[in-house]
Design a protein around this ligand. Structure first.
Ligand code: BT5
Length: 250
């Protein structure tokens, strides 16, 4: 069992906590280094998208993990952080977000938190920077279906208070990655939290778009989507939950 020593670097302003931490990781920073910012001037989402939040309205942080697993287990490592954040929100304010594959935290249809994972090196062992943004007192941009902890619960949580509990919850889950049994426990928690399973989904891949039922996630965290009896394995791409009865998307 590994016991992590968290070392937190706080910034009033930084371009992106992920960018800063990836640079430190390349320099050899140890597992457990955490960057947290009051404000990001260039907060990043996946696929070159932006993550936007006014000062001190969100938890904006990135965590360096160096688990001894193969790169094909990246999704499990990221899931640890998503599940830790979810558990922390349950503890602090009773909000229980679901996971939308692969790692968005949503309440109903609205996104309350997003994760951005970046592999820094695979030389000796996997080094991953996992960034997370959790809306605390402010929702996302107006054109996005999003929510915040305060909107859902009426509770005002400060970023440091949430970070403390996220790291506490993460410590236990990070230790699970070190054993095969622990990994199975994590996969089970991930599957239980995943609201995408059983839903009609539209997957926008780089080359095409497919619509089908999200059946399961495999050992590597890939989404298995069934379209007219044929199974597709989705490892990247954006999944939109389709509500068949309304013909709407989220
Ligand atoms: C994500 O990307 O959801 C990953 C977000 C990761 C943010 C953290 S903050 C700390 C760390 N440092 C960084 O620079 N990033 C990480 P994606 O699934 O691509 O979602 C991005 C999309 O979500 C945008 O295109 C907007 O439509 C929407 N969005 C932007 N800001 C939002 C917010 N505060 N709440 C909800 N949705 C938002």
């Amino acid at each position: 069992m590994s016991s992590i020593v968290w070392r937190i670097e706080h910034f009033e302003v930084v371009d992106s906590t992920n960018t800063w931490l990836a640079e430190r990781a390349l320099e050899g920073a140890p597992e457990g280094l955490v960057a947290v910012a009051d404000f990001q001037s260039a907060g990043r989402g996946r696929l070159d998208r932006r993550w936007e939040s006014p000062p001190r309205a969100s938890l904006l942080c990135s965590i360096l993990l160096r688990p001894d697993v193969a790169p094909d287990q990246l999704q499990l490592v990221v899931a640890c952080v998503a599940l830790a954040a979810r558990a922390a929100l349950v503890r602090l304010c009773g909000v229980r977000p679901a996971l939308k594959w692969p790692n968005d935290l949503i309440v109903g249809d609205a996104k309350i938190a997003g994760l951005l994972a970046e592999i820094v090196s695979v030389d000796e062992r996997l080094a991953v920077v996992v960034g997370i943004g959790v809306n605390l007192t402010h929702e996302g941009p107006a054109d996005v279906v999003s929510t915040s902890v305060r909107a859902e619960s009426g509770v005002t949580i400060t970023p440091p208070a949430l970070l403390d509990i996220v790291l506490e919850e993460l410590e236990a889950r990070r230790a699970l990655i070190d054993s095969v049994e622990g990994q199975a426990t994590l996969r089970e928690e991930y599957r239980r939290a995943l609201v995408t399973l059983g839903q009609l989904v539209r997957v926008e891949r780089t080359s095409d778009v497919i619509v089908g039922f999200a059946e399961s996630v495999d050992h590597f965290g890939q989404l298995i989507v069934k379209v007219n009896g044929e199974e597709f394995t989705i490892s990247a791409g954006d999944v939109v939950h389709v509500r068949a009865h309304e013909g709407e998307t989220s």
